[in-house]
Design a protein around this ligand. Structure first.
Ligand code: SF4
Length: 427
């Protein structure tokens, strides 16, 4: 069958979608981008912001309208249940709502008219995103949900309990991946700092990282989605001391204490900066996400953020522009006009471009960026990745097989070969 698969969800849904597509291909289905003629359509929705909700409802409406009458449309993801209650979906045999969090097996069951179960092993696989071929670098979703209440966040209208992946199962699964060639693991979650508080009644991310790092063949651990609000001493100590932890994503949003309070982030800049300094003193790369256009934001607030990021050499993974929604507390604050929000985004975007480049340049001389892996080829180039960046070099200059380890920093390769390398920021 020709299956059209569209994901509007976040990182977790990305991993699930990747696994779904792979499974469908193995089962001899074809993935198509032709939604008008597809035999089955799978659409994954998102509840991330008010605008996401609107866009996902519109897209669901569009797909059911454009598809062939006989082709089923399967709707999954965070909004599946809500969309199932809308008039254009009710009493429709050709629309199937699958609201299960791990939708891979339920979707394939529906397509293949089977009744298979999501085994423990499969749910671990589905929480894994392959970031390059041969699984050399994988991203593993260790946790889901957040108990914090940032004033702009979906946790106010879409609360999710913290759900941690089983400690032993996850560890054994990742050890097996390492023995099969995985060398870089990115640990992710919605608020990974909270890993363990549901099943083990206390946060235990530090223990997990410590034990994972004992695997000799694992080279790097990247830790995503860490919050200053929930940081605890044992975790900070582990992140700082563990030599395999090379990069930590510590979400900031803004360096203005006035805005951090209005955002209800649960920390001020001093607390955030204390963590950053500790990590950077041990040569770790700190990256972050910023938000612009939050209600009451002034140019002074923007400058504080820009200056702080530049001074501290923090890599900015992304900048999100604040989106207002009636169901979030920050809706009651004085909103900026759309044009002002755009202007703020542009100011920070421009400034961050140059500071990101500086961070990347500096990172190229870090000892741990000396180890890179060959992750792919095309006719002309060899593609490599280390913990910080992906880059490529001309094939005729450096012929390397897939999976080969290059024990040189990209800059030194350039010098030795007298050639140019294309750097690419991660993501
Ligand atoms: S820490 Fe992140 S997920 Fe949790 S409430 Fe704040 S923005 Fe939302």
């Amino acid at each position: 069958m020709n299956v059209f698969v569209l994901n509007d969800g976040c990182v977790r849904e990305d991993a699930l979608t990747q696994n779904l597509k792979n499974r469908l291909k193995v089962e001899n289905h074809t993935i198509t981008t032709d939604y008008k003629n597809a035999d089955i359509l799978v659409y994954t929705t998102c509840a991330g912001t008010g605008r996401c909700i609107e866009a996902c409802v519109e897209m669901s409406y569009f797909l059911q309208y454009c598809k062939k009458k006989t082709s089923p449309l399967i709707i999954t993801g965070c909004l599946a249940e809500l969309i199932g209650k809308l008039d254009f979906v009710k009493n429709r045999d050709d629309i199937k709502i699958i609201a299960k969090k791990d939708f891979v097996v339920p979707v394939t069951n529906y397509i293949n008219e089977e009744n298979k179960k999501t085994t423990k092993k499969l749910s671990l696989e589905h929480a894994t995103k392959r970031l390059c071929s041969q699984d050399i670098h994988i991203q593993f979703m260790l946790e889901d949900g957040c108990t914090n209440k940032c004033s702009f966040c979906k946790t106010h209208y879409y609360p999710k309990k913290v759900e941690s992946a089983n400690y032993i199962d996850s560890l054994n699964y990742l050890k097996e991946k390492i023995s099969n060639g995985t060398r870089i693991i990115t640990l992710s979650g919605e608020n990974l700092t909270l890993y363990g508080i549901d099943q083990y009644k206390k946060p235990i991310l530090h223990k997990f990282i410590h034990e994972l790092a004992q695997e000799e063949d694992l080279n790097y651990i990247i830790v995503n989605e860490i919050t200053a609000q929930n940081m605890y001493p044992e975790l900070l100590e582990e992140l700082v001391r563990n030599k395999k932890v090379v990069q930590v994503s510590l979400q900031l949003e803004s360096a203005s204490d006035k805005l951090l309070t209005a955002m209800n982030r649960g920390h001020n800049l001093e607390k955030y900066d204390y963590i950053v300094k500790k990590l950077q003193e041990q040569g770790k790369i700190v990256d972050t996400i910023l938000m612009t256009g939050f209600p009451t934001e002034t140019e002074e607030d923007l400058n504080k953020t820009i200056n702080y990021i530049k001074e501290r050499q923090i890599y900015v993974e992304g900048i999100s522009s604040y989106e207002d929604f009636y169901a979030i507390p920050s809706h009651t604050l004085e909103q900026l006009s759309e044009s002002e929000k755009k202007r703020h985004l542009m100011i920070v975007g421009q400034a961050i471009k140059s500071s990101n480049y500086e961070v990347l340049e500096r990172a190229m001389s870090y000892p741990f960026t000396n180890l890179s892996y060959v992750i792919g080829h095309d006719e002309k180039r060899v593609y490599l990745a280390n913990s910080m960046t992906h880059y490529s070099i001309k094939k005729n200059l450096y012929e390397l097989p897939l999976g080969a380890v290059v024990e040189e920093a990209p800059k030194r390769i350039v010098k030795r070969l007298g050639s140019k390398i294309n750097y690419q920021y991660r993501y």
